[in-house]
Design a protein around this ligand. Structure first.
Ligand SMILES: Cc1cc2nc3c(=O)[nH]c(=O)nc-3n(C[C@H](O)[C@H](O)[C@H](O)COP(=O)(O)OP(=O)(O)OC[C@H]3O[C@@H](n4cnc5c(N)ncnc54)[C@H](O)[C@@H]3O)c2cc1C
Length: 317
């Protein structure tokens, strides 16, 4: 069974959920091996979790020559590991960094690349949702080592004890990969809410909020959800662009998407229509969003949402 390399997405050693999803997909394709690029001891600390979710091996790549630079050194490290292990496929999260690493790696390995897969079958056939979600495409890499970036929530993490054996892998990073250096970075202010693209539940608000997101945020917090916004809400300055869901914003595919005061324009749908369950609250029963919902409430969000939040809190209590 060939090895499937999974690039671990982590923050200071804390493994992010999309990596666990990639391990579940890797299991379909072969023997999952996690590639952990990080500081001394971090791979060992993450090994238990990575093994628990299916990593047979964990290649620990010391980031001493890598941190402080943009993505080029990571692509080079993966290239060297791929040359040494001849994997059956390489899976990377569909973040902007992940996609840039994947693109550079594909050129280095002269391999085919598929980005933004929403599913990957055991034979390597991927599913993508393209053209603002209007088409579903099946594609397969035909040359070299398949490199596939996968969107968050494409698979559920699967527990199943694997060895999780840590193996150090030494890389040599060229000067050419170090031409762009990070000179400063500040962590984003923590909101206490999950990351929009990774959240299992997203509660969004649109122009219908009138700029008052308090009811949307209260519902999101009662459900442990991320908050999203339509472009109309973002363009009005009510939320920053990082909250925007849609064609020119983020694509989300949570278990539950709650659209509030959002009409359901095609460009908004493009970013959320693969959500498993869609609920909308809109005061206009003719709003196009109702064409794609599983549950719809015709009403004023400023009264419906507080009632819903109270009910959620009551049931939690
Ligand atoms: C190239 C391009 C890219 C775009 N990209 C995106 C994108 O990424 N994301 C995106 O969202 N849009 C995008 N748009 C914009 C998109 O076409 C719509 O204009 C936008 O989605 C509308 O936002 P909205 O639904 O919040 O506002 P509206 O369309 O104005 O809808 C507001 C809704 O709120 C309802 N409402 C009003 N008051 C209440 C209330 N009190 N309670 C309940 N319901 C109420 C109304 O009935 C209405 O249905 C893009 C457009 C273009 C041309």
């Amino acid at each position: 069974m060939s090895e499937i390399l999974v690039l671990v997405d982590h923050v200071d050693g804390a493994v992010r959920k999309p990596t666990l999803e990639l391990l579940a997909i890797a299991k379909r394709l072969g023997a999952p091996s996690a590639v952990f690029i990080g500081g001394a001891g971090q791979a060992e600390a993450a090994a238990e979790q990575l093994g628990k979710f299916g990593a047979e091996k964990i290649y620990a790549v010391d980031d001493a020559q890598i941190k402080g630079y943009l993505v080029a050194p990571k692509a080079e490290a993966l290239q060297q590991l791929a040359a040494a292990t001849n994997p059956g496929a390489i899976l990377i999260s569909s973040s902007s960094e992940g996609k840039e690493i994947a693109g550079r790696l594909a050129i280095k390995l002269e391999s085919g690349l598929i980005t933004d897969a929403v599913d990957v079958a055991a034979d390597g056939t991927t599913t993508q949702s393209v053209f603002a979600g209007n088409f579903t495409v099946q594609a397969k890499v035909t040359k070299g080592t398949p490199i596939i970036t996968v969107k968050p929530n494409a698979a559920a993490p699967e527990e199943g004890a694997a060895a999780g054996a840590v193996e150090a892998f030494a890389v040599t990073i060229s000067d050419a990969a170090k031409t762009a250096q990070i000179v400063a970075s500040q962590p984003r202010q923590a909101t206490g809410r999950p990351e929009l693209t990774e959240a299992a539940i997203v509660v969004s608000g649109g122009r219908g909020t009138g700029g008052d997101f308090s009811a949307v945020e209260a519902l999101a917090d009662s459900l442990g959800a991320a908050v999203g916004a339509s472009r109309a809400a973002v363009d009005s300055g009510w939320k920053p662009h990082t909250f925007q869901v849609g064609q020119t914003g983020k694509t989300v595919s949570p278990q539950l998407y709650v659209a509030n005061g959002i009409s359901g324009a095609i460009q908004h749908r493009a970013g959320m229509q693969t959500s498993k369950t869609i609920v909308a609250v809109n005061k206009d029963e003719e709003a196009p969003i109702f064409e794609l919902v599983d549950f719809g409430v015709v009403g004023d969000l400023h009264s419906v949402l507080p009632a819903l939040t109270a009910e959620v809190e009551k049931r939690k209590g």
